[in-house]
Write a protein that binds this ligand. Structure first.
Ligand code: 5GP
Ligand code: MN
Length: 334
């Protein structure tokens, strides 16, 4: 948490007169949208309005969240986004820790005069004015709750805040399953439910909204999932042509990588997908226990993230990338 002195300074910055912007990472997920909107609704409960900015668009299954449709999406509204960042007095950076993770917004963020406040749970944070970084906490949404507590404002948690924070905790813990899910996480979730979050509605809105294209893409990748390295590593992929043929929609492949990890004996799962528009491969890694995919992705695939969940990319063709990946995991002795 921020130190008591930092909290006092932050309190002084959070006034209705100051322009406040809340940013999150490229390809926003449930935790990114949940934490930014959760913070926005908390500030609103204090009588302060803020703008939420995302670098690019996010999936439909996150658009039910209160105010989700009011987010400024940088790729569609470049001028509005750059003006907001330039004129901001305070910028909250949530669920990412390096300007390189926010696409076109990164350059504007670096130049901005605003005080920059980081709240994030990824490894190796870069420089910000105020840093609350904790890699043990499973979701940035949980950190927003701790921040609200530290501000002495637990009593302000309303249904809007609760819905948003519940969603991010639920998605980033894989439905309260991943190992960083703690008793504290569950205590917070209990408080969110007491304040209006409805688990069955949130689950249904977020997870029971599969598109037919998603189901068919899932069938395709499960049908050819490969297990290598003595059964320890699962590999999956999708080509651009397949995405086009199956009518891919944003968010369709979210969570696919987890299926690899559900195979008995598998300690690491990797999912490779050709980008729909640009010539690169987006990679997702998931792992169990002490297999560190953050380090692995940083070392070989221009990425990073958490010990057990990381992303990366490759500029080589897909089949070559798969071969390189298999060589690297063999050499790392996973
Ligand atoms: P995903 O596989 O869901 O895209 O990403 C898994 C985790 O790794 C997320 O927490 C995400 O923020 C992080 N991540 C994904 N791609 C990158 C990347 O290129 N660089 C870094 N540093 N983190 C990433
Ligand atoms: Mn997160």
């Amino acid at each position: 948490m921020f130190t008591p002195a930092e909290l006092l300074e932050i309190k002084a910055l959070l006034t209705p007169e100051n322009k406040i912007v809340i940013l999150t990472h490229y390809n926003p997920d449930g935790d990114a949208i949940g934490s930014t909107l959760g913070l926005k609704h908390y500030l609103r409960a204090k009588g302060i309005e803020a703008d939420v900015l995302t670098p690019n668009d996010f999936p439909k299954f996150l658009k039910w969240m209160p105010d989700a449709k009011k987010c400024v999406i940088g790729e569609y509204k470049r001028k509005v986004a750059s003006d907001l960042i330039r004129e901001a007095d305070v910028i909250f950076c949530l669920d990412f820790n390096s300007p390189s993770r926010i696409g076109i917004l990164g350059e504007w963020l670096t130049k901005a005069k605003a005080k920059k406040i980081l709240i994030d749970h990824h490894q190796q944070p870069e420089n910000f004015d105020y840093v609350y970084s904790d890699t043990i906490i499973p979701a940035t949404c949980q950190m927003i709750y701790h921040f609200i507590e530290a501000m002495g404002d637990e009593g302000l948690v309303n249904k809007d805040i609760a819905d948003c924070l519940y969603t991010g905790i639920m998605t980033d813990t894989g439905g309260f399953r991943f190992r960083s899910t703690s008793a504290t996480t569950h205590r917070i979730v209990a408080h969110l439910i007491e304040n209006g979050a409805d688990p069955s509605i949130i689950t249904s809105n977020t997870w029971d909204t599969n598109t037919i294209s998603r189901m068919r893409l899932l069938a395709l990748i499960l049908g050819r999932i490969e297990v290598v390295n003595d059964g320890k590593v699962a590999v999956m992929y999708l080509t651009r042509k397949e995405l086009q043929e199956y009518g891919f929609q944003k968010g369709d492949t979210e969570g696919f990588v987890n299926y690899g990890l559900s195979i008995a004996g598998v300690r690491m799962s990797a999912f490779f997908m050709e980008d729909l528009y640009e010539d690169f491969i987006k990679i997702s890694f998931r792992s169990k226990d002490d297999v560190d995919v953050n380090q692995f992705s940083r070392k070989y695939f221009q990425g990073g993230g958490h010990i057990n969940a990381a992303g990366g990319k490759s500029n080589d063709p897909l089949m070559e990338t798969l071969e390189i990946f298999k060589e690297k995991i063999a050499s790392e002795n996973l």
